[in-house]
Write a protein that binds this ligand. Structure first.
Ligand code: 7TS
Length: 415
């Protein structure tokens, strides 16, 4: 196999920023190929959170004392940094949540429950992660709305030929993933948004797999809501974002009730705080917001264009190396149409056994249905093995993956 020529990208220097990556597992250097599940954290993120706890730790929006005011400034400054990163026009459009899942549930329960009526339709795709499916099933049961689905073709691309039959005047919401966490497919956002807008539908984008990996601007995409998680973009767990158009957010009722989200509270009724705090009940994830802003600054220093290009080149390399291995089935479209991941099956070997075999070589991949059960039913397999790449992934790690996968059938296949 002739090595593909990759654009210059100082991966060795980047890897030095990630303390976890230097360890050995089962006597081999760790090859962490599961960034789609969660990304590793650079020292700059760990340092920002450490410094917050060492020097500023105090609750926000409350204390009239120095460190509380400084903590509030850092926390709200983080919101501005993250908002600018996705093209938000105001920090009021940026709602902190725990993760993508909570952001989508917020829209489903606040916007969906107050807007949807019996007979309304919600258009999703068959490739959604459970977090962009189950909340809509729940709100459909609560409101009498019904779900429709866009299908995929054999290469894992959305099929838009029959769009007019599923996207009608009754469609109130179109919600889809920007990038599939199983197939890697990058969906045609602008085309879908334009079609949705023609019928007056609101659009939510699950950007859990796109915000970490490619440059993106919410106004350029034209959507109404966009959800993502900090932990998949080199930030901490426990922090995510819902971006929404201000007029929609202003009109929506709160999601959770409690401290911080209120303006005035009486014994029998209350009034709500301004955006964004109306949606942020209780003590927030302060250190995590600060850590996420540090992650954003880190990713920007590398460059999202460079990261995306690099991942597509790594994917091309992986697809080329894996294509030659007998007994492998690869899912998803060509590298140019996808992000940095490869999902596959090995004939005669369960995905979990493949993952355990790879782990014995220090290669960490995910095996299972990746929270996309209906998609796996459609692919006709109970589980896949998924290797995913990020800015710290090396060509050598992909070669090690291909080398180990070339041996797995000889060792484990029953046929
Ligand atoms: N949407 C997509 C497209 C995802 O890939 C994930 C997580 C989520 C939503 C949910 O994100 P969370 O942070 O709220 O959990 N995907 C995966 C994965 O593929 N393996 O582990 C988590």
């Amino acid at each position: 196999m002739e090595a593909l020529h990759l654009a210059p990208f100082d991966v060795a220097a980047l890897r030095a920023d990630f303390p976890l990556l230097s360890q050995e597992v089962n006597g081999h250097p760790l090859a962490y190929l599961d960034s789609t599940a969660t990304a590793q954290k650079p020292a700059a993120v760990l340092a920002a959170m450490d410094q917050y706890y060492r020097t500023l730790n105090a609750n926000v929006h409350r204390g009239i004392y120095q460190i509380s005011e400084a903590a509030t400034a850092a926390y709200e400054g983080a919101r501005r940094t993250v908002g600018r990163f996705i093209g938000a026009r105001s920090p009021k459009e940026v709602i902190w949540t725990r993760n993508t899942t909570e952001a989508i549930n917020l829209v489903a329960q606040s916007w969906g429950r107050s807007q949807l009526q019996p007979g309304d339709r919600i258009l999703l795709t068959v490739m959604e992660h459970h977090s962009n499916l189950v909340p809509w099933q729940m709100v459909a049961a609560q409101t009498g709305a019904q779900l429709d689905f866009l299908p995929i073709d054999g290469a894992g691309r959305l099929v838009l030929d029959d769009l007019a039959s599923v996207l009608t005047e009754r469609t109130r919401l179109v919600a889809f993933t920007h990038m599939s966490n199983v197939l890697g497919t990058i969906n045609p956002v602008r085309e879908l948004v334009a079609a949705a807008k023609q019928v007056g539908a609101t659009v939510l984008i699950d950007a859990a797999q796109s915000v970490p990996h490619l440059p993106l601007d919410v106004y350029d995409l034209g959507c109404d809501f966009l959800a993502f998680s900090g932990h998949k973009m080199c930030g901490p767990t426990g922090i995510g974002v819902l971006w929404g158009r201000r007029e929609l957010l202003e009109a929506m009722p709160p999601f959770l009730g409690g401290g911080d989200m209120i303006r005035r509270v009486g014994l029998y009724e209350s009034s709500w705080n301004d955006l964004p705090w109306k949606f942020e009940a209780g003590t927030p994830a302060i250190a995590e917001a600060i850590g996420l802003a540090a992650a954003v600054e880190y990713l920007q220093s590398v460059g999202l264009d460079a990261i995306h290009q690099r991942e597509q080149q790594l994917t091309e390399l992986a697809l080329a190396q894996l294509a030659d291995i007998p007994g492998l089935t690869l899912f998803g479209p060509p590298a140019a149409e996808r992000g940095g991941l490869v999902s596959l099956c090995v004939a005669g070997v369960h995905a979990h056994d493949v993952a355990a075999f790879l782990d014995s070589f220090g290669i960490a991949v995910r095996a299972g249905h990746h929270c996309a059960h209906p998609l796996h039913d459609l692919l006709g397999v109970p589980a896949t093995v998924r290797a995913s790449f990020y800015l710290y992934t090396t060509e050598e790690e992909i070669e090690r993956l291909a080398h180990a996968l070339a041996q797995v059938r000889a060792v484990l296949a029953l046929d």
